[in-house]
Design a protein around this ligand. Structure first.
Ligand code: MD3
Ligand code: FE
Length: 206
């Protein structure tokens, strides 16, 4: 593994790095960016609704509908483009990706997940993005979550990792297609964000 550029970078798997607290400075910009977001609980193929509320920022947004999962330049709920991805957030994503060994990352999509206590995300792979060479940069704000990640098959053993306010994780290379999810949100409210967790995933989708 190559030497990291960020002092506290911790390797967590092949191609994946934890950058603890790297997003603390960008937290105000991230919160400003989601202020105009329109939140929704997408329906899953089985018919139920996700417990996580979702929104998107930037040129492309991830949407789920009867046709399946895809990226769209227009929010199907509003008929409008998604709110902008602020320069400070783009800069953070580039810095994190470069620190983890992925220079030249230019995200064009940011999926935002909002967890209330009890909300969870089942094990899944992220494979709706066009180019598998780019990593996903994940930023966590608010309540601490237990992140779950397994291997390249659904049956692989699952590991747990606590993600705190301000933490950034970069998932690329051999980790890009690992199964992952989030345990039901529990624990004390966050002093700044209250009883919720926000997760931003910056992606190169198109
Ligand atoms: C590992 N979000 O939006 S972020 C998602 O905390 C998603 O809301 C979770 O899974 C959340 O798709 C986890 C960490 C993460 C994001 C993408 C990954 C880990 C990943 C893609 C591949 C491998
Ligand atoms: Fe995911």
């Amino acid at each position: 593994m190559q030497a990291p550029l960020f002092a506290d970078a911790t390797p967590i798997a092949d191609g994946a790095w934890l950058l603890p607290g790297l997003a603390l400075g960008a937290a105000p910009a991230l919160l400003d960016a989601v202020a105009p977001a329109v939140w929704r609980h997408y329906q899953v193929p089985g018919g139920g609704r996700m417990s996580v509320a979702m929104a998107a920022l930037g040129p492309l947004g991830w949407v789920a509908d009867a046709g399946g999962y895809r990226y769209s330049a227009v929010d199907p709920l509003t008929g409008q483009p998604w709110p902008a991805l602020p320069a400070a957030v783009l800069a953070l994503a580039r810095e994190a990706a470069a620190a983890a060994g992925y220079p030249g990352f230019e995200p064009d999509a940011c999926l935002v997940n909002r967890y209330a206590p009890g909300a969870r995300m089942g094990l899944h792979q992220d494979r709706d993005e066009r180019d598998r060479r780019w990593p996903i940069v994940s930023v966590s704000l608010g309540m601490t979550a237990t992140f779950l990640w397994g291997g390249l098959t659904r049956r692989a053993p699952v590991r747990r990792l606590a993600l705190h306010h301000g933490d950034v994780v970069v998932w690329g290379g051999a980790s890009r297609y690992t199964y992952h999810g989030v345990a039901p949100l529990a624990g004390p409210a966050h002093p700044l964000l209250g009883a919720q967790r926000l997760n931003f995933t910056l992606r190169r989708a198109g």
